[in-house]
Design a protein around this ligand. Sequence first.
Ligand SMILES: C[S@@+](CC[C@H](N)C(=O)[O-])C[C@H]1O[C@@H](n2cnc3c(N)ncnc32)[C@H](O)[C@@H]1O
Length: 288
Amino acid sequence: MSKDHPETAGAFFQHIKTSLAAAGIDNPAFEARRMIEKRTGINQAALISEPGLALSREQKDALFDDLSQRMAGKPLHRIYGEREFWGLPFKIGPETLEPRPDTEVLVEAAIGIYGDYPPKRILDLGTGSGCILLSLLKEWPESGGIGVDVSYEALQVAQENARILGLEGRAQFICGSWGEALNARFDLIVSNPPYIASDVIPTLERSVRDHDPILALDGGEDGLDAYRQIFFSLPRLFSPSGIGLLEIGFDQEESIVRLAEKYRGSVRCVYHDLAGWARVVEISCGDK
Ligand SMILES: C[S@@+](CC[C@H](N)C(=O)[O-])C[C@H]1O[C@@H](n2cnc3c(N)ncnc32)[C@H](O)[C@@H]1O
């Protein structure tokens, strides 16, 4: 097909939808609508009521580019460099994990635990795009927090997200490995660390394996390396009432309970995702 055709929004929609379906991509109509809206501003209602709307040369070129990247396996959120999390818009980059709905279980758990008395100081270990820390700060206007990541590039994205969300005054970002560089105490420590066992990574879906950064996925031989580092630091980083909320892999609950005990902590509660998998553990240390 020549780049000059199709010409209208409706014809483009059909072309994209058919191409995505032929490539075996799930929800081709949804993605086609999203692409048209992103590049032209024409929403679903207008697409139905005015399918004959003409597109500009730039709009058509952008759509053809998006389509070829999508057909090559790049997720739509990666093409646009943005993803919604907790109802908020987040920029993402090559060095950040694409925030996942499962991680919202952690945010929801935190809000449920604290109710009307939010924690003052929050620490987010492995902050990536900053999605967990910034969502919590958006909910809790009196709280402040630090996001740590070993990836400087990821932190630049997190910083940009803080600015866009108007939270730069309450969110600080530090480059370092887990809690190592910190000399402060926190009421709430959150983390979604890399937890995939190294030998499982080649078997992951292509969209994950090829597009999420390895640093965000690889949890070492048994998937638990990051938890060991984090559990080791928790007693030193918790305020007297401090608790931790950690995302875990769907099959890691038992290993995490054992690991927490080994490091003088305990799992107080387990929160499940919509599919029923154990997804987040609440950790405390000592007698708390
Ligand atoms: C699974 S991603 C989570 C990102 C983000 N918190 C989220 O939920 O979307 C794990 C993050 O841990 C970071 N990370 C990996 N090793 C680290 C380390 N040694 N110290 C701090 N952060 C690390 C990665 O760069 C990545 O951003």
